[in-house]
Write a protein that binds this ligand. Sequence first.
Ligand code: FMN
Ligand code: SF4
Length: 549
Amino acid sequence: MDLRFMADEPSAVERAVIARLIDPVESRNGQVVRGGHAARGHRHLLLPALAAVQSELGWVSRGALNEICRRLLVPPAEAYGVASFYALISTDPRPAEVTHVCDDIACRQVGGLDLLSQPSGGEVVTTPCLGQCDRRPAMFVQRAGGQDEVLVSGPPATVHAGPLLRRVGKVDPSSLADFRKQGGFEGLRRAQDIGAEAVVAEVKKAALKGRGGAAFPTGVKWEAVANEPAPRYLVCNADESEPGTFKDRVVMEGDPFAVIEAITIAAFATGCEKAYIYVRGEYPLATSRITAAMAASREAGLLGELEIEVFRGQGAYICGEETALFNSIEGFRGEPRQKPPFPAQAGLFGRPTVINNVETLINIPEIVLGGGDAYASVGTPDSTGTRLFCLSGDLARPGTYEIEMGRTLGDLVELAGGFAGEPKAILLGGAAGFFVSSDYLSMPLTFEDARARGVTLGSGVVMAFNHDRDMHDIVRRVARFFRDESCGQCVPCRVGTVRIEEAVARARSAPIDRPLIADLDRAMKDASICGLGHTAASVVQSAMAMGLI
Ligand SMILES: Cc1cc2nc3c(=O)[nH]c(=O)nc-3n(C[C@H](O)[C@H](O)[C@H](O)COP(=O)(O)O)c2cc1C
Ligand code: SF4
């Protein structure tokens, strides 16, 4: 794209959409009076402005990009770099309706790819996992003028509830009154009664560990942020894009007030004055329910001084990585930052930041109400509480299953009605996880047992594959996922993910080049900035070890 387009003007509609979000740089007698730092200080409006134009017009024209740049004083080349980073933003003209058909590992096995050839009013493209594996196959329809929608073809999914999911399917997700009738916002009242420091102490006693993948102790993270100077931020990570993962969607769609209550308690405990909920762009229903729940809670005066902003992602897996997510909110490309500094010291806008996964947060009201010790009595000393698992693939009853940590993988598979067909492999932990055999059915589902056996629970993915499945095709799709989603900052990851995909492709007709994969894996683990590069070869390595490819 030619970036010399300073003369391109927006249409009247584009100008109006942008004006709703960003004031023009004021000028008086030809002199800028609110430009410079004041205008650049609004850089965080860049992605929302691009998204607003995309949503209204179906693409972002040069004139619209130019108008946004003029108002924010962002160089057009930089704004183009941001716009082109995201799959849901197009800088080329597109039809008013674009259908994103999931061709990822769960959907491609049950006719997802056939949907590509079905007639559609607009453009049809493929997309990585849409987080609907429990109701596969799925597609996401992006419409100019709004009304984005997810369409699924599978039967309704199972929700096996414990304390965290107890209201899903039982509470009206649009009703604050119903939520309160079922115990909602009692945790917040209790938190306010016992005080911020006591809440952090209970969370530490509970030994709650993060459910977003890294299993970091939540209380330790909170204490670190609470001890840093204000202003502080809280971010709820609802970007959920790990292939095979859909639990956070089930929570946000089914019990959105629970997320708002948990965020409010967390912000109170850590002294954060503003919170963001970063929801993946392909979750329109979760976004609207969370937004409505937040507005109703604010209206009822339950949020106090806390400001909460729902921020919609625009289609980039890497933005789930915490520092990439900060860059995304700040209006930069969603590229991970070097750590240290860690988010607790310098996170969003360079300020101390608590970032937690949706599932991690919804544990908080229970901990506050029942006490940390009672919470820690469930599970094992290292892995306390219950955990949400995303069961999909060749199982009798796919869905979201909440079980006590420490029960076995076999228990979980049994709860889901057992395997459909003869099992060949189970994907544990997502695309960043591992294939395992039926030997692992006896493994207790705890962080320590997973670690001891060289695997991970990751984001709670348990996807089963029976003997009829084309495992080479599935492993290649995972390799392509990492090739496509690498942000490209680190050479080992940018090049390594391409080379791995090529090696897997060649292995269709010849033995896979094991030394090459081992070399690439080592280089990516040693020299990548973020977890994507560290884990990109794990699935391929485990597939080779099991003789699947
Ligand atoms: C490539 C990549 C993608 C990630 N995606 C997510 C995600 O979608 N949701 C999430 O909660 N954490 C994700 N994480 C983990 C976050 O960086 C971070 O550890 C997490 O949000 C912390 O919350 P927790 O302590 O509650 O788990 C991802 C990490 C990496 C490396
Ligand atoms: S490891 Fe990969 S995804 Fe992560 S920062 Fe480096 S290039 Fe980007």
